[in-house]
Design a protein around this ligand. Structure first.
Ligand code: NAD
Length: 478
């Protein structure tokens, strides 16, 4: 993809220059090496309004096509995602900093969700029943109109695709507001959707930051919206948009606890725990953050540290999103150390040959952490793992369940009974047994609990049908 020197909104299938006489722009910096990739427009309410009008114009024609017909566009789109997968993965690498392989994994997940959307005619066909002699009730899923999706920086391809194929196949038209830090992948997705035959105006990209999000919350023409990002912003967006009587699902941040017991397979546990903590440079809402060792687990903990030392920045480990993020993560580690924590594996200030200007933090493991340290409660969003030690599973569950978040939690054990006790009692939306990133595969939905999610239902899978449609009940006497 040729990267333009300025990235404008994508409205009605083409770039749209900002409407303000004095538009604002933000430089997009590659975390890989600190190079400037482009600059992106920061939209205001007028720019959003232009996109909503275009999406509203496209709604009638798009929603009047049959569900089967709409999914044909996404069969073609799926093929285009596959054909352009490597290019997209490299774009993700450039703008987000994660490795090309991790970018590729995002594209595969986008393909999987597109396949799920293509199966909607089988799932969302509606229901019909003869409720008495000659009287029939039928239920149909009707689209809402113009909907919006606001996404974070950490998955430039995957998170937008949690919503794009499903909301559009169901007959809505859409505004995507991607993170201003990673606007390029969304732009490429918009081009591929047009190439797949999606009518112009059905999908629009509005770039920007807080002002654009606030305009989305307030716009009376947007019926429903999803938000994915940090908890404080998710809360603010949820309150503001529901205050404007919109349907909202807002997913927030996380602090995920992984529990290891002595009967765990040491090799499997070590590899899986470090992959969860260090994959995507720890910038995953599903990342392992706190490891709770139950009883005598020393041999497993030693293997975990050995595995962490094996991950090398620039090879297995990508960059974090910005210089500020790197500085913040390293400050949190140093703060814990100065308060008495032991740094078993130290990832601060790594050298990455050829990428000296990049923003890298290596895998870091902390032990001896006191309850007062912020590394224990705050979402670090970097490759940092804290080890806690407790005598029994109940104590581990008490720590996990005291967290205000509830995105993911996992246990490493070979005992079915221990796994079952954990799965019954853990207060989180997505649980793993010997799986450190327990993202449900389609058709099961993605969504956490507590401060990791505001609103009801999941953002993908069958339950997302309820987010993007309203049910129409038709009673007929023949
Ligand atoms: P963020 O909250 O800073 O930004 C998310 C979106 O909100 C972006 O589009 C951004 O432009 C916009 N935004 C930023 N500041 C705003 C403001 N003041 N008002 C309104 N909108 C604003 O999140 P991020 O740093 O891009 O992403 C990382 C966070 O996202 C982490 O907390 C991570 O856990 C979370 N996340 C959660 C999930 C999940 O499924 N629960 C998935 C991915 C990421």
């Amino acid at each position: 993809m040729k990267i333009e020197s300025t990235l404008h909104n994508h409205v009605g299938g083409a770039p749209l220059a900002p409407l303000s006489p004095a538009p604002e722009y933000l430089d997009v910096i590659s975390p890989v090496d600190g190079a400037r990739l482009t600059r992106v427009v920061l939209s205001g309410p007028d720019d959003l309004d232009a996109a909503v009008c275009r999406a509203a114009d496209a709604f009638d024609a798009w929603s009047n096509r049959t569900l089967k017909d709409r999914t044909q566009v996404f069969f073609r789109y799926r093929t285009l995602l596959e054909a352009n997968g490597q290019e997209l993965a490299e774009l993700v690498h450039r703008e987000n900093g994660k490795t090309v392989e991790e970018g590729r994994a995002e594209v595969l997940k986008a393909i999987e969700i597109t396949e799920f959307a293509c199966s909607l005619p089988q799932i969302a066909a509606g229901e019909v029943l003869d409720v008495s002699a000659g009287v029939e009730c039928r239920v149909e899923h009707a689209p809402l109109g113009v909907v919006a999706s606001i996404t974070p920086f950490n998955f430039p391809v995957m998170v937008p695709h949690w919503t794009i194929p499903i909301a559009l196949c169901l007959g809505n038209t859409m505004i995507l507001k991607p993170s201003e830090k990673v606007p390029l992948s969304a732009q490429r997705a918009a081009e591929l959707l047009t190439e797949a035959g999606l009518p112009r105006g059905a999908f629009n990209v509005v770039h920007g930051s807080a002002a654009a999000v606030e305009a989305i919350c307030d716009h009376p023409g947007i019926r429903a919206m999803s938000f994915v990002g940090s908890t404080p912003i998710a809360q603010r967006v949820y309150v503001r948009a529901t205050g404007r009587l919109k349907r909202v699902l807002a997913l927030g941040g996380a602090k995920n606890h992984l529990v290891v017991v002595p009967d765990a397979d040491p090799e499997q546990a070590a590899q899986n725990i470090i992959a969860s903590m260090a994959g995507c440079a720890g910038q995953r809402c599903m990342a392992a953050s706190v490891l709770i060792a139950v009883g005598p687990c020393e041999p497993i903990l030693e293997r975990i540290c050995a595995e962490a030392r094996r991950w090398t920045c620039g090879r297995e480990l990508g960059a974090v999103i910005s210089a500020q993020a790197k500085e913040r993560i390293e400050r949190i580690i140093s703060e814990a150390e100065s308060q008495g924590a032991r740094v078993l594996v130290d990832g601060r200030r790594p050298r990455v040959d050829g990428c000296e200007g990049g923003f890298y933090v290596g895998p870091t493991v902390l032990d001896g952490v006191a309850p007062t340290m912020r590394v224990l409660d705050e979402e670090v969003f970097g490759p940092v793992l804290v080890i806690l030690r407790v005598p029994d599973l109940e104590s581990a569950l008490a720590i996990e369940n005291a967290s205000p978040y509830g995105n993911a939690a996992a246990i490493y054990t070979r005992s079915g009974d221990t796994a079952r006790r954990f799965a019954r009692a853990a207060q989180a939306g997505m649980l793993g047994v010997n799986v450190g990133v327990p993202v449900p595969r389609e058709p099961f939905g993605f969504g956490g609990w507590n401060d990791s999610r505001f609103g009801s239902g999941d953002i993908t899978g069958k339950s997302s049908i309820g987010l993007w449609t309203q049910s129409k009940k038709i009673t007929t006497r023949w």
